[in-house]
Design a protein around this ligand. Structure first.
Ligand code: ADP
Ligand code: MG
Length: 699
């Protein structure tokens, strides 16, 4: 294999990193940033004083890269080279090159805010602008000041605006690694196709029958479309006249593919066989597939967006940005000149596409991130004015603060509470953490753990539904979710599996994915252990889930769910086939068609439900609902009456900050005469002093 571009710059990189605490490295996808930078710094001794962390926005990438690097270094995965993703840790005491998701790094910094275990932190794939990596960027800005002597931060990207990041880090150096991309011819469609699956299918078959050898990469929006496309392609290829063209192998590539299926795209094609890879935008920059010469770009991507004023998520298929389109095209020119078939007119590319993708932080619910920032205990954090690379809207920040306040994570002065601190330690969204804590108090933790684990393992109702449709010969014996909603339904499934002694055959019989069910069992175990560790009081976790059925249909469990999701309440409309959400935003919604909520014997739906999330597709739907009693919710909503967003944001008003900083300054002056201050304490005080003086000067 040819030498990767980045290796030719090894000396220059090491020299720059040596002299600068923060370095931005920009290089084409495939230049070796993700797999080589860590190895270079390891070779040059940076792992002697700590490990190297390389963050990834995607779980799949963390796993796949660490496998690759372990192979290149010649060690067992999990020893010197390992990975950590949520609910899965393949590292050991020996690990000095660690690939981890940005979410895991955030979590680690909670227990060790200075991240002293690392000598180098590489924030990889920053152009993806994931929510967590944007938060980490903000934190790194603080951390490099505190650990300026013994921490190196590298920020890598395929496309990012280096100047902007450099400015954010007070003018740190930007290194550009020239790629060796071959020219890619761009072929535009004259108009947008009516059906982009049909159109990609035709284009792929066209290339296959006419063009010289070389793999084809097709960008689709999601797993469902990929599955459709793969089966159509396979069918068509089988029907081609024997000998009319070379063999073809169709492969899919997306985040929910089991690992053993993912690695298939990295093994080269058999001679005289063309590979057709149907992928999500994971193949845009996260994973580099060699051998691609033809790219089919549909021009779309699936994006989850959160609207803070309605509290609603939508999963929209949206147009990609120009940066994304260029990245996609670039995949065709890695090994030789290639072709990119854009299934849209050039006018669309030039006039309709945005320059760059909207960062996730500007289209997500921020409750988890804000809780995290609050739990860092930094005295001067004012959430509404936190230093973000691209600040989210004030409305989303306020929305997050309000949610956290309603579930008791912060008090009315914006200070993190004891409950909030415990919540931050659980690797879950805040509402689910709150549910577990409440369940522990109400004596139904065991059941709540099961529900949360089932949700985390994404045992979806969709798959349960699809069984119904398939008219299986064998009657379905799955318990019904009935009147109490989806959470109770999930719990009953797990309980039945438990009664079947966790037999994999039971899952298959009920058309539940064995892998996911096993994963939920594993997650349940891990969450139990965390609850045991962080709960000061007694913890009710049974080794088995089997419990006496809760009187009144799991009343305590529903109550606990209500504590976590009480601000997401909906009331059944009389004379109307739907619900109305209550609280600080009110709208008509329906229960999602995949829900297992059913009417009772009188044909009635519950009067009140809490919902896990609102999702807008053809109309607003509630996903995962649970029947609750209105008397449980009233005290929660009452909290809204005495809420002040500014207090929630800053904790301290500026007056109080000044007082606090003045005190710190005095303390510092006192300590001047003493000795033995830690570096970090000193620089923190220094920073506080500078802020104090700057504010004074502004007056
Ligand atoms: P970058 O991060 O700059 O996009 P990478 O370090 O991911 O580049 O990739 C460099 C090279 O390593 C590419 O040629 C790619 O094909 C190869 N590579 C990366 N991951 C794997 C893997 N899991 N298996 C096989 N080859 C891989
Ligand atoms: Mg990379």
């Amino acid at each position: 294999m040819a030498v990767l571009p980045i290796l030719r710059f090894e000396d220059k990189i090491v020299e720059t990193v040596e002299k600068n605490p923060v370095v931005v490295i920009i290089g084409e996808t495939g230049s070796g940033k993700s797999t080589q930078l860590s190895q270079i710094l390891h070779r040059r001794g940076y792992t002697r004083s700590g490990a190297i962390a390389i963050t990834q926005p995607r779980r799949v990438a963390a796993v796949s890269l660490s496998r690759r690097v372990a192979l290149e270094v010649g060690v067992q995965l999990g020893e010197e080279v390992g990975y950590a993703i949520r609910f899965e840790d393949r590292t050991s005491a020996k690990t000095c090159i660690k690939y981890l998701t940005d979410g895991v790094l955030l979590r680690e910094s909670l227990s060790n805010p200075e991240l002293n275990q690392y000598s180098v932190i590489i924030l990889d794939e920053v152009h993806e602008r994931s929510l967590n990596s944007d938060i980490i960027l903000g934190l790194m800005k603080r951390l490099v000041k505190i650990r300026s002597s013994n921490l190196r931060v590298l920020i890598t990207s395929a496309t990012l605006d280096g100047v902007k990041v450099s400015k954010f880090f007070s003018g740190c150096p930007v290194m550009n690694i020239p790629g060796k991309l071959f020219p890619v011819e761009k072929l535009y469609s004259s108009e947008r196709p009516k059906c982009y699956i049909e159109s990609s299918l035709r284009t792929a078959l066209d290339i296959h029958s006419r063009e010289p050898p070389g793999d084809i990469l097709i960008f689709m929006t999601g797993k469902d479309d990929i599955d459709k496309m793969v089966s159509k392609l396979e069918e068509k290829i089988q029907n081609l006249d024997e000998g009319s063209c070379m063999d073809a192998q169709v492969l899919s590539l997306h985040g929910s593919l089991p690992p053993e299926m993912q690695v298939r795209v990295f093994s080269p094609a058999h001679p005289n066989c063309r590979r057709i890879i149907v992928a999500t935008n994971i193949a845009e920059t996260s994973l580099t597939v060699d051998g691609v010469v033809y790219v089919i770009d549909t021009g779309y991507v699936k994006q989850r967006q959160y609207n803070p004023s309605t509290g609603m998520y939508s999963l929209d298929v949206v147009q990609i940005s120009r940066v994304q389109a260029d990245q996609r095209a670039g995949r065709a020119g890695r090994t030789r000149p290639g072709k990119c078939y854009r299934l849209y007119p050039s006018k669309v590319y030039h006039e309709e596409f945005l320059d760059a993708t909207v960062p996730e932080i500007q289209r997500s619910s921020l409750a988890g991130s804000v809780l995290y920032l609050k739990s860092l205990n930094l005295p001067d954090i004012d959430i509404l004015n936190f230093d973000f690379l691209d600040p989210p809207s004030r409305e989303s920040l306020a929305d997050a603060l309000r949610q956290l306040y309603l579930i008791d994570a912060i008090d009315e002065d914006g200070m993190i509470t004891h409950v909030g601190r415990t919540m931050a330690e659980l690797p879950l969204e805040p509402s689910l953490s709150r549910t577990l804590i409440e369940a522990n108090e109400l004596g139904c933790l065991s059941q709540a753990l099961t529900v949360v684990a089932m949700l985390s393992a994404e045992i979806t109702h969709l798959s349960i539904h699809s069984i119904k449709d398939k008219k299986r010969k064998q009657p379905l014996k799955l318990p019904s979710g009935s009147y109490w909603g989806d959470h109770i339904h999930l719990l009953r499934i797990y309980e039945n599996w438990d009664c079947a002694d966790y037999d994999p055959a039971w899952c298959t019989e009920h058309n539940l994915q064995v892998r996911n069910m096993k994963f939920s069992r594993d997650v349940r175990k891990q969450l139990s252990q965390i609850m045991q560790k962080i709960s000061k009081g007694p913890v009710d976790i049974q080794s088995s889930v089997r419990q006496k059925k809760g009187e009144q249909e799991y009343r305590s469990l529903r109550k606990a769910l209500c504590r976590g999701f009480g601000n997401q309440l909906a009331e059944r409309m009389l004379h109307h086939n739907g619900f109305r959400t209550l609280g600080y935003r009110s709208q008509l919604v329906q229960v999602h068609p995949s829900s297992m909520l059913e009417t009772n014997e009188d044909g009635r739906l519950p009067d009140y439900v809490v919902y896990h999330e609102l999702i807008s597709t053809s109309r607003p739907f509630m996903r995962n609902v649970c029947a609750v009693d209105i008397s449980w919710v009233a005290p929660i909503l009452k909290k809204l009456e005495k809420m002040d967003i500014h207090k929630l944001s800053g904790g301290l008003e500026s007056e109080k900050i000044e007082q606090a900083e003045h005190k710190q300054l005095q303390l510092h002056n006192l300590e001047e005469s003493g000795s033995g201050r830690g570096d970090s304490m000193e620089s923190r005080i220094q920073a506080a002093r500078e802020r104090y003086l700057a504010r004074k000067a502004n007056k």
